[in-house]
Ligand binder design. Structure first.
Ligand SMILES: Cc1cc2nc3c(=O)[nH]c(=O)nc-3n(C[C@H](O)[C@H](O)[C@H](O)COP(=O)(O)OP(=O)(O)OC[C@H]3O[C@@H](n4cnc5c(N)ncnc54)[C@H](O)[C@@H]3O)c2cc1C
Length: 499
C-alpha cells in the first residue's frame, strides 16, 4: 500500500486544502484494517475521502486520510450466499473507490444500469452514498436507497457486513472470514448515510436494473406559469406528445432569479425551463441531433473557455449576469435527447460545474408554498443585492425531486422532498455573502441543508438536529456501537454537533 506524507489534498472547488499527517492508498481490506489500527495506536483520527466533490468540509481531515481509488472492482453479488428470495435480484457488489463513471460503463457492459443518479459521475460510489447524493424523480431515492449491503471497517479495525433486518445474505450460508454479519435496520439505516463517521466503507452491494433508455425534453416557461403547474401538481403527471400517457420519470426546474424583458412578448418575467425525462425505447434510427446533447452546450460546458468567460462577465460586467443566466436556461439542452439512461442522467457541463458550488435545501414535497416563498425570497434578495451592492447570482436556481428515505440522517427522511439548489460560479465576487443570504432564506422557510453542499446554517444549533432528524437517537446509538472511540471524527462532525 502506498502511503504519502506531505501530500496536499483539496476538494474540487479548492475551498478546503489540507496536508494530512498521512494519505493512505489501500489496496485491500487488510490494508484498511491496518490503517485504522495504526491510527488508534497513535491516537489519531481517520477519514475516508471520495473524489472531494463535496462543497462542505464533510470529508476533510488533517490526520489520517484514506483514498480508496485503487479499490474499484465490480461484479455480481455472490449468489451462493444470498437468501432464496434474492437469488434472482439484480445485485452488484462494488469496491468503494470506484467512480460512478466506471460503475455506469461496467454495468452497461453487463446489460445493467443504475436506477438513478445525480447530475455528474466523477464522484466515488462510497462518497455519493455517504452524503445522500440525489438525482431527480419523485419515485426514486437518493443513492443510499439502492444499497442492500455494505462492508465497513469500524472502530478497533472490526469488519462488519451490514444489512437491513431482512437483508439479502443468508446468515447460514454467510462465510466471509473475520467479518461479522449485522442484519439490523437501526444499524443499517444509520451507517448507510454517515459521511465516513462510522468507519471506512470497503464495498457496497447495489440494487441495479436492466439497462434502459431515457428521453429528455425541455420546456421553456416563466416563473408565474411554472408556479401554476407546480402548485396544481400537473407537472408530475402530464406527459407530452411522445410520452403516450406516461408521466415524466424525473423533473428539474431551472429558474432565473432576475426579472428580464421577454424579447417576444415584451413582458417582464423570471425565465425558467422545465427538464423532464421519460422512459424510452432504443431509437430504431439514430438521429444525430437527438442522440447528442446540443453541440454548443457540450463545447462550452466542457472546456475552460466558458468558465473564464463567465468569471470575466460576473466580475467585470456584472450587470450582464442576469442575461447570461437567461442564456444558460434557454440553451442548456436540446428539445429532445434520447440515449442510454446514464448518459441522459449525466447533465454535462462538468468543467464549469466543478468550478461552481452551491447550497441545497430539501423541502417536504407537500410544502410547495414554503418552497415557492423561499425561492421568491431569494429573488427579492437578488434584486436588493443587485441594486445595493452590485452583487449577482451566477447560475440559475434549480429544483429537483427525491423520494423518501429510511436513512436516519437523510434530509428526505420519511418524506418525499423538493430540493432547491442555489449554485454560484467559484471566484465570483460576493458569492459568500449571497450564499449566506440564500441559506438563511431557505432555512427560514423550513428547508434542511444537504450534507455535501455548502452548509454553515446548522453550526451551533444542535437543538435543531433533534427536530429535523427524529431518528438521530438511533443514529447516535449506532455510532456508539461502531465507533465508540470516535476514531472517524472530524471537524465537520463537531461543527454540526454530531459527535
Ligand atoms: C460538479 C458537482 C455536481 C454535483 N451534483 C450533485 C447532484 O446532482 N446531487 C447531489 O446530491 N449532490 C451533488 N454534488 C455533491 C456531491 O455529489 C456529494 O457531495 C458527494 O458526496 C461527493 O462524492 P465524493 O466521491 O467526491 O465524496 P467526498 O466529497 O470526497 O466525500 C463525501 C463523504 O463521503 C465519505 N466517504 C467517501 N468515501 C468513503 C468511504 N470509502 N468510506 C466511508 N466514507 C467515505 C467522506 O468521508 C465524506 O464524508 C455535486 C458535486 C459536484 C462537485
Amino acid at each position: 500500500m502506498k502511503v504519502r506524507t506531505r501530500a496536499i489534498w483539496q476538494n474540487t472547488i479548492r475551498k478546503y486544502k489540507v496536508t494530512p499527517v498521512k494519505l493512505f492508498e489501500p489496496e485491500s481490506l487488510e490494508d484498511i484494517v491496518s490503517i485504522v489500527k495504526e491510527a488508534e495506536s497513535k491516537d489519531l483520527k481517520v477519514r475516508a475521502v471520495g473524489s472531494g466533490h463535496s462543497f462542505s468540509d464533510v470529508a476533510v481531515t488533517e490526520e489520517y486520510m484514506v483514498d480508496l481509488f485503487r479499490l474499484i472492482h465490480l461484479d455480481h453479488y455472490n449468489t451462493g450466499v444470498r437468501k432464496e428470495e434474492f437469488r434472482n435480484s439484480k445485485l452488484v457488489e462494488c469496491q468503494a473507490g470506484i467512480r460512478l463513471r466506471e460503475v455506469n460503463t461496467q454495468l452497461d457492459a453487463m446489460g445493467l444500469a443504475l436506477i438513478n443518479m445525480g447530475a455528474v459521475d466523477h464522484q466515488k460510489l462510497a462518497g455519493v452514498v455517504s452524503t445522500g447524493t440525489h438525482g431527480t424523480g419523485r419515485d426514486y431515492e437518493a443513492m443510499q436507497g439502492f444499497v442492500q449491503s455494505m462492508v465497513l471497517v469500524s472502530g478497533g479495525g472490526k469488519i462488519y457486513r451490514i444489512e437491513k433486518s431482512n437483508g439479502i445474505t443468508d446468515p447460514v450460508k454467510f462465510n466471509e472470514p473475520n467479518i461479522e454479519l449485522i442484519q439490523d435496520d437501526d444499524i443499517f439505516y444509520s451507517a448507510v448515510l454517515s459521511f465516513g463517521s462510522m468507519g471506512i466503507i470497503y464495498s457496497l452491494v447495489l440494487e441495479v436494473r436492466e439497462a434502459y433508455y431515457l428521453r429528455e425534453t425541455k420546456l421553456l416557461t416563466n416563473w408565474e406559469e411554472l408556479k401554476k403547474i407546480w402548485l396544481t401538481g400537473s407537472i408530475f403527471t402530464a406527459g407530452d406528445e411522445e410520452s403516450a400517457g406516461q408521466s415524466p420519470r424525473g423533473i428539474t426546474f431551472m429558474i432565473n432569479p432576475y426579472k428580464l424583458k421577454n424579447k417576444k412578448t415584451g413582458k417582464e418575467e423570471f425565465n425558467c425551463a422545465v427538464m423532464r425525462n421519460y422512459y424510452s425505447k432504443k431509437p430504431i434510427k439514430w438521429i444525430l441531433k437527438e442522440a447528442t446533447r446540443n453541440l454548443v452546450t457540450y463545447i462550452f460546458g466542457n472546456f475552460p473557455v466558458t468558465y473564464w468567460y463567465s468569471l470575466f462577465v460576473y466580475n467585470y460586467l456584472p450587470h450582464r449576469a442576469p442575461l447570461l443566466i437567461r442564456s444558460t436556461i434557454n440553451g442548456q439542452n436540446d428539445k429532445k435527447f434520447v440515449h442510454k439512461s446514464y448518459k441522459v442522467l449525466f447533465q454535462g457541463f462538468q468543467f464549469v460545474k466543478e468550478r461552481a458550488y452551491s447550497s441545497e435545501f430539501a423541502f417536504d414535497i407537500h410544502d410547495k408554498d414554503l418552497a415557492i416563498s423561499a425561492i421568491e425570497k431569494i429573488m427579492e434578495f437578488a434584486k436588493k443585492m443587485q441594486e445595493d451592492a452590485k452583487l449577482y447570482h451566477s447560475s440559475p436556481i434549480t429544483v429537483r425531486f427525491v423520494k423518501r428515505s429510511k436513512a436516519f440522517l437523510a434530509t428526505e427522511y420519511e418524506r418525499d422532498v423538493a430540493y432547491i439548489d442555489v449554485p454560484f460560479v467559484q471566484r465570483t465576487r460576493g458569492t459568500e455573502t449571497m450564499l449566506e443570504l440564500c441559506q438563511q432564506a431557505l432555512f427560514d422557510h423550513g428547508g434542511i441543508p444537504h450534507w455535501g453542499k455548502y452548509n454553515t446554517i446548522l453550526d451551533g444549533k444542535p437543538e435543531f438536529l433533534e427536530d429535523i432528524y427524529p431518528g438521530l437517537g438511533k443514529w447516535k446509538a449506532a455510532l456508539m456501537k461502531l465507533d465508540p472511540a470516535r476514531t472517524f471524527n472530524n471537524r465537520f462532525m463537531e461543527r454540526i454537533g454530531l459527535t
